[in-house]
Design a protein around this ligand. Structure first.
Ligand SMILES: NC(=O)c1ccc[n+]([C@@H]2O[C@H](COP(=O)([O-])OP(=O)(O)OC[C@H]3O[C@@H](n4cnc5c(N)ncnc54)[C@H](OP(=O)(O)O)[C@@H]3O)[C@@H](O)[C@H]2O)c1
Length: 350
């Protein structure tokens, strides 16, 4: 299937915005027609005002774009990808949804709203059914669809595979999060070099709540949170990209290490989201190497969309423990939003 749906990137000059610009180059369905930026960048040429931080060069198609204000008026796009800071997103994203433009966003501003799905298509594609509910309740012809916080992403994908097969009661998690997760310029180099920062503002509540929404069930137009108890510690480490999370889990019923590995390896995206252009192939890779996954070596597995799990072993407190890796600006951000948008298109919701 080849389409040419006009899209725009909001907040295109930041860490996630640049990933959108990169990943959308040559996308089979979406064609970027505009980028927006903060006031200080509006009217400037993208290639001149954007401090490009990715290792591949800025795609040619974007270089000559004039940066537009973040306003739906006159925007010739049916869909926008938002990489706005949360406070800005809170104020501006509804303007697009009201104007009939669907917003696939990375920002956390609307994740806790009852009629807004937090989507990982390989986990909870059915939560897209909240979009017609949101449109009816808010009188919007567009919509807001969010992806989770980047640390919740790999965590939830691994937990879903286990929960489907064995049930899930408790999760204890310790994250080691990359610096790109803090945006650009993010954490000062003098703070993070040779260091670990054992606090990321607002992160633990997100990691303890967002997976419960995604693992929850959509019943009578509402999501019932999964009845799972989370306890987490979030840390920033001196890694450029790729969030590691060490998980200890109590399952609903006992499972051997071999059974858990089989559940993770066999996990498939639901039929509704299983054959979209960004569907991770495979969804989860399980490494047998006791020294993996490692961010530098494993984050680009499946073009950065696959979740990598390793060190699955028995635990002394709960049932099992393991290490999960996910690329934070690809699967955990821009790539995830693009996957969500593909699901919207596939469901006829655009
Ligand atoms: N980084 C990740 O791994 C990750 C993962 C998941 C979710 N997120 C979320 O994604 C969003 C973007 O994160 P980020 O890491 O890319 O942050 P970032 O590097 O700080 O980028 C934010 C961008 O938004 C721009 N901006 C500010 N106000 C704007 C406006 N009114 N209109 C248009 N652009 C505006 C900024 O422009 P200036 O530079 O000119 O100020 C900057 O380029 C955040 O909500 C974040 O929480 C990030």
């Amino acid at each position: 299937m080849s389409k040419e749906i006009p899209v725009a990137v909001l907040g295109a000059t930041g860490s996630v915005g640049q990933r959108f610009v990169q990943l959308l180059a040559g996308h089979p369905w979406f064609k970027v027609v505009a980028v927006t930026g903060s006031e200080r960048r509006v009217g400037k040429k993208f290639s001149e005002t954007c401090h490009w931080i990715l290792s591949e060069p800025m795609p040619e198609y974007a270089r000559d774009f004039k940066v537009l204000p973040t306003d739906p008026a006159g925007l010739d796009a049916h869909l926008v990808f938002s990489a706005l800071p949360s406070g800005v997103a809170k104020e501006l994203e509804p303007n697009f949804a009201k104007a009939g433009i669907s917003v696939c966003t990375n920002a956390g501003a609307y994740r806790r709203e009852a009629d807004v799905p937090v989507l990982l298509p390989e986990v909870n594609a059915d939560h897209i059914d909240l979009v017609p509910v949101q449109r009816r309740k808010r009188g919007w012809s567009g919509c807001i669809v969010t992806n989770p916080n980047c640390t919740s992403t790999g965590t939830t994908i691994a937990l879903k595979a286990l929960m489907d097969r064995f049930g899930l009661e408790k999760v204890f998690g310790v994250s080691l999060q990359a610096i790109s997760g803090a945006g650009y310029p993010g954490v000062a180099s003098m703070d993070i070099l040779d260091n670990v920062i054992p606090h990321i503002a607002g992160e633990e509540p997100k990691l303890e709540w967002e997976p419960r929404k995604m693992l929850g069930s959509l019943v009578n137009e509402e999501i019932q949170l999964a009845d799972v108890t989370f306890s987490t510690h979030c840390n920033r480490v001196a890694v450029s990209d790729g969030h590691l999370v060490c998980l200890t889990v109590e399952l609903g019923k006992k499972a051997s290490v071999e059974e858990a590995i089989a559940a993770l390896r066999d996990y498939q995206a639901p039929a509704r989201s299983g054959s979209l252009p960004s569907t991770p192939k495979p969804v989860i890779v399980v490494s047998d190497d006791p020294g993996r996954p490692q961010p530098r070596l494993d984050r680009m597995t499946g073009a950065g969309m696959t979740t990598v799990v390793g060190r699955v072993r028995e635990d002394t407190l709960f049932d099992l423990r393991m290490t999960v890796l996910s690329h934070n600006t690809i699967r955990g951000a821009a790539g995830g939003s693009i996957y969500n948008a593909e699901l919207l298109v596939n469901e006829g919701l655009l």
